[in-house]
Structures are given as structure tokens and as C-alpha cells.
Design a protein around this ligand. Structure first.
Ligand SMILES: *Cc1c(COP(=O)(O)O)cnc(C)c1O
Length: 423
């Protein structure tokens, strides 16, 4: 059953050694060429009447990435008021940022006054917006349901998801809109439709049905959820393949209604997931005997990458042995936290279960590369657990030169807000 050991996606042993020597491990390494490919893929998304691509910054919110994406012409999707401030401090204008949040921030009125686009994600949010901006322009995020007929592949849509206004409450939404004389200019749906063109076409049809109900809407935002293949057996989304049937739906809608709707998309994962590797060091190797396992302990773990512990997510792992033996072995790879859930090789979708991985034989001190670590890793981890400081981040350009884009967190920062009891 075991597959043969993988090679790192883009890190060469020489560049990896240079980065460790200069910046230490664990360190997130972003690859500029891969980031550019993702940008080109999304900016080329088929569309009938114009396209805006927003980077869903929660996937990885480091400033240098936001600058890179906005310099390339992308706009920003923020998931909280704090993310809006984080993007704005880099000089990104508020009118290039849109907010779709589970929690409408206290200062939403001020942010909207500066140009921030707001998508009301619940009836309560819509009412609060309307009370503050009677006659104002707003977007509505709907949960269009799982749809009928086809397979249910959604993970942020359907009755088990709290994101957006449930489609059956459209009457109540219209009532709030009318009460505050609001102008609904944008419809938003984000249901994580994956890589299947048939699902995308169905979702865009359902979303256009919502657009039909609001005559002033000029923009339909279909969110993100473009899956990537981290592991060799996974299927990646081809933007051309899923986008063409969506563009056709928009053309059909225009023929029928005379309305030319502008498309917005909000990729997070697609732009960063495979453009970043987490570079770590094997800091111990232990065995639990003949009926047990061989464990590799990294100097990283859930403090940088939580997805395996959380969802049983699979990430490619490769060893760069200092002295290659040419042999491969089955290992359980674990993190450095005193927490039995800190594991990098769970069974797929089963975070509770150990699943040995075939890797090049490893020794203490060897480099270990965890690939597909660009999305929901640095930005979503058990940061500072066991008081491990936040990892450094570097960006490698075409010449292989690593540029530091986030310093390793100084230890003192972990306790700087604490207030000790008096002596
Ligand atoms: C998280 C999120 C995205 C990005 O999702 P990916 O799966 O990373 O592409 C886009 N839009 C909204 C509203 C989100 O919350």
C-alpha cells in the first residue's frame, strides 16, 4: 500500500539549507513563481461581462502577500473588521476591500464611510446597516441551500451552515431593504463548490435566480472554494473548465433580462495553498517497539499547521536527508506540542487515527518539508501553544533568493500583555 517517498514541490535541498542557515526552522517558504501562476489562473477566469478577483485574505494574511496580490490587480475579501484594518494599513484603499463577516464590526459605519463594500451576512446585519445608512448601497450574502437534484458537495452552504441569509428568508430580507430604502447592488454566495463544473454551473444558476429578485444588482460574487491538489491523488480545479459554463449562465441571464452582471470571485486556497512549504527540522526519532510505530518529531506542528489535527487534512511530507541511506521507512510524523492530537500524518479525514507515511529514512537534524502549507496554516494555527513563538516567513523569488517577510516572533511578545500580580 505504501507509496514511494515524495520530493518537495519546489524547494531544492540547497535553497532549503540556505533558508535554515539564515532564518532557522520552522519557517514558511512562499514561492513567487507559484504565486504568479495562481494569480494568472484566477485573472484568466472566464467571464461574460467583466471580472473582479478578490484575494480571501484569511487564507494567509501576511502583508507582503496582500501587497503582491493587490499590485497584480486583485482586490481583497476580508472576513472581519480587523482584517479590513490589516489590509488598509498597507495602503490598500477601502473601496478595494469587501467585508463578508460572521460578526459585523463595531466600526462598520466608519469603514463603509471610507469606501468599504459590505455584504450583509444575516438579517440582523442587514437591519443594522440599514438603520445606519438609510437609502444606502449594500450587498447580500445568501446561503442558497444545497440545491436540488445533484450531489451535495457543499461545505459552507446548505441547512447545516450558518453563513449568509438562508434563501427561504428572502421575503424578510426584502422587507428590511424596503423599510430602510436600501439599494441591493451585489449578491454574494460562497458555498465551496470544489472542482466540478456541473456543480459550479448549478450554483451560479441558483445565485442568478437571487439576482433576478433584486433589479438593482450589478455584481454577483460567487466566493471561493476552488480546490487544489495538495496530494498526488487529489484533483485540482481548472478555472477554465469550471468558469466557462458559469460565463454561459451569465450570457443566458443577459439574453433573458437585458442585465449584464459583473462577476466577482474570491479565491483563498487556490492562490496560496501550493505556493508555500513549511520547512522544519526533525528534532527527534523515537520508536514504540515491534507492535508500535517509528515517530519523527518535528520542531513544528499544530503551532504552524493545524489542519491535519483539525480535519485529518493530508499534506505532502518529504525528508531531505543530510546523509541519504537510499532506504524508505513508514513513519508517524508528530509535532512538538505536548498534545497527543499534534500529528501530521492522520488518516485522511480522521484526525483521531494514526496513518503511517512512507518517507526517506530520516535522522535527527534532517530537514523535513511539509508542502501545500500556504492556505489556513500560518494564519490559522494553535499559535503560541506551549509558548512556541510564531514562525518566520520568507518569499523566494526567481533567483532562489529568500526574502524575509515575517520575522520569527520574539519570545517576549508572547507575554507582553500580561499583568503580573504585585510582589
Ligand atoms: C474563506 C472564504 C473564501 C475563500 O475560500 P477558499 O476555500 O480558501 O477559496 C472566499 N469567500 C469567503 C466569503 C470566505 O469566507
Amino acid at each position: 500500500m505504501s507509496q514511494e517517498p515524495l520530493q518537495p514541490r519546489f524547494l531544492s535541498p540547497a535553497v532549503a539549507e540556505t533558508i535554515r542557515a539564515r532564518h532557522g526552522t520552522p519557517v514558511f517558504v512562499y514561492d513567487l513563481a507559484s504565486l504568479r501562476r495562481g494569480i494568472d489562473g484566477m485573472l484568466g477566469f472566464p467571464n461574460a461581462f467583466g471580472l473582479t478577483v478578490r484575494y480571501a485574505m484569511k487564507a494567509s494574511p501576511t502583508g507582503a502577500l496582500l501587497q503582491l496580490f493587490t499590485n497584480a490587480g486583485l482586490h481583497i475579501d476580508a472576513s472581519s473588521g480587523h482584517e479590513v484594518h490589516r489590509a488598509a494599513r498597507l495602503g490598500i484603499p477601502h473601496n478595494k476591500i469587501s467585508l463578508s463577516s460572521q460578526e459585523l464590526p463595531e466600526d462598520f459605519a466608519e469603514l463603509h464611510g471610507r469606501g468599504l463594500h459590505i455584504n450583509a451576512c444575516s438579517l440582523n446585519q442587514l437591519d443594522r446597516f440599514g438603520a445606519q445608512f438609510p437609502g444606502g448601497a449594500v450587498g447580500l450574502r445568501f446561503n442558497p441551500g444545497a440545491g436540488s437534484g445533484g450531489n451535495n458537495r457543499t461545505n459552507v452552504g446548505g441547512p447545516s451552515s450558518s453563513f449568509g441569509i438562508w434563501h427561504e428568508w428572502i421575503g424578510q430580507a426584502r422587507e428590511i431593504v424596503a423599510r430602510h430604502r436600501l439599494k441591493v447592488v451585489r449578491i454574494h454566495t460562497h458555498i465551496g463548490s470544489g472542482s466540478d463544473p456541473e456543480v459550479w454551473q448549478r450554483v451560479s444558476g441558483m445565485s442568478l435566480d437571487l439576482v433576478r429578485q433584486f433589479p438593482e444588482v450589478t455584481v454577483l460574487n460567487l466566493g471561493g472554494g476552488y480546490k487544489v491538489a495538495r496530494m498526488p491523488n487529489e484533483k485540482a480545479t481548472d478555472p477554465q473548465v469550471i468558469g466557462e459554463p458559469v460565463a454561459e449562465k451569465f450570457r443566458e441571464f443577459a439574453r433573458e433580462t437585458g442585465r449584464k452582471i459583473h462577476l466577482e470571485i474570491e479565491p483563498g486556497t487556490f492562490l496560496v495553498a501550493n505556493a508555500c512549504s513549511l520547512l522544519t527540522t526533525v528534532q527527534d526519532v523515537v520508536s514504540t517497539g515491534d507492535d508500535g510505530h517509528e515517530f519523527l518529531k518535528l520542531d513544528s506542528g499544530m503551532t504552524e499547521i493545524l489542519r491535519p489535527s483539525l480535519y485529518g487534512a493530508q499534506h505532502p511530507i518529504s525528508i531531505l536527508p543530510k546523509s541519504p541511506t537510499g532506504r524508505a521507512r513508514d513513519y508517524i510524523v508528530v509535532g512538538h506540542c505536548c498534545e497527543s492530537g499534534d500529528i501530521l500524518t492522520p488518516a485522511p479525514g480522521e484526525p483521531e487515527q494514526l496513518h503511517p507515511r512512507r518517507l526517506a529514512e530520516a535522522a535527527i537534524g534532517d530537514l523535513c518539508v511539509i508542502d501545500g502549507a500556504g492556505a489556513y496554516c500560518a494564519g490559522m494555527s494553535a499559535k503560541n501553544y506551549n509558548s512556541f513563538p510564531e514562525a518566520a516567513e520568507v518569499l523566494v523569488d526567481d533567483s532562489g533568493e529568500p526574502r524575509l517577510i515575517r520575522k520569527r516572533q520574539p519570545l517576549e511578545q508572547i507575554w507582553q500583555n500580561e499583568i503580573p500580580l504585585p510582589e
